[in-house]
Design a protein around this ligand. Sequence first.
Ligand code: 4AD
Ligand code: MG
Length: 435
Amino acid sequence: MFPTLTIADIPHHEGKSVTLSGWLYSKRSSGKLAFLQLRDGSGVIQCVVSKADVPPAAFETAQRIGDESSVTVTGTVRADKRSALGFEIGVTDLTALQEARDYPIAAKEHGPAFLMDHRHLWMRTPRQRAVLGIRATLIKSIRDYFDSRGFTLTDAPILTPAACEGTSTLFEVPYFDLGKAFLTQSGQLYGEAAAMAVGKAYVFGPTFRAEKSKTRRHLTEFWMVEPEVAFMDLAGDMDLAEDFIVEIVGRVLEKHRKEIAGLLERDIAALERVQKPFPRITYTEGIERIQQARPETPITWGDDIGGDEETILANQFDRPVLMHHFPSAMKAFYFKHDPTDDNLALGVDVLAPEGFGEILGGGQREDDYDTLLARIDAHKLPREAFGWYLDLRKYGSVPHAGFGLGVERTVAWICGLHHVRETIPFARMMERLTP
Ligand code: 4AD
Ligand code: MG
């Protein structure tokens, strides 16, 4: 039987003898004393091994073991004002489960490629451990947000017969006698079917894009949450996006304030400003703002707003900005067009502040059968793959809207991380499929 006590519980056991299991994070020793930093995933505690207080074999073990050896330690909990936890262990016994040697990740600086190659070990370090914890809390906050507001979680398939977000970024897989299947780029189309069944649905799962872009914001496999609501228009969708972001950022901040400010050294004030109302600008106004801020590099109406342009816009505001009404030509086939101007699509993007880029994209869907069929043809999509999707416009079609929020970009923003590769346990990118 292993002890169930964790380092996080230690403050409740002052003066008591306890047994902890964990890994040796680091060590310092001198003649008759060894100071072991023990970590167990819940925290780090200093364990002081004094030659006089432990059996000789235990002292030898303490002297010998290398970083990341697995150990069980017994000792007395005593207050220690200097440590972050406020307590340390005066060790009375220690055994090693496995003695590690030459742990590859040292205190010295390693480059990102080395660290990513050793991601399976790198995730043990306190910063990475903190990011994983923040990701887990963000995901729980997302689920709680929708679960407590009458949304029904409806999982979408990962193997799909057709593109949702354009054919250029599809991963193909052989699929028995049926030929080819594709890894989903978005669960949205299935979310729309679900919304017609449950009213308010959300899809939450991994999505895949064979994106040939090696940027700090792109993964080939990422997690997206996609609410979809019947009887909702673009205005309602923007209100939902705003309320949702305020709530989930607040929840993460509440639980991880110390880690975000301390360990990750992120400016907390920037996250505290994530309050309603968010500024709202049209795409057209966005283009004008970019033209004014950067006259040297021309951009014209109809151009894509890339990472650099997003940063220019985001820097003009102190909180996330909602950009809406995009040129319909640059948007996917399913967007409803502005009834007063067919050149505009009823879409919305949310740009995170401080250059973290687009974290959310969505909008109102085309709900008219004939218009959608014409759109499928115009986008050269195979009609037969969309028969079921068109049915939704044949049997009780209603105005509906939704959006997708990328988990990794949101974690990068909240944690202040330059690259999304650190926001997912095992990142998949164009040039990385391991570990
Ligand atoms: O803007 P996107 O492509 O929207 C959709 O897929 C819609 N079908 C969503 C919907 O309306 N239900 O992607 C949504 C979000 C982006 O804002 C971004 O946060 C994230 O997904 N995202 C990526 N994250 C990491 N790596 C990539 N390659 C990403 N592509 C999109
Ligand atoms: Mg988008």
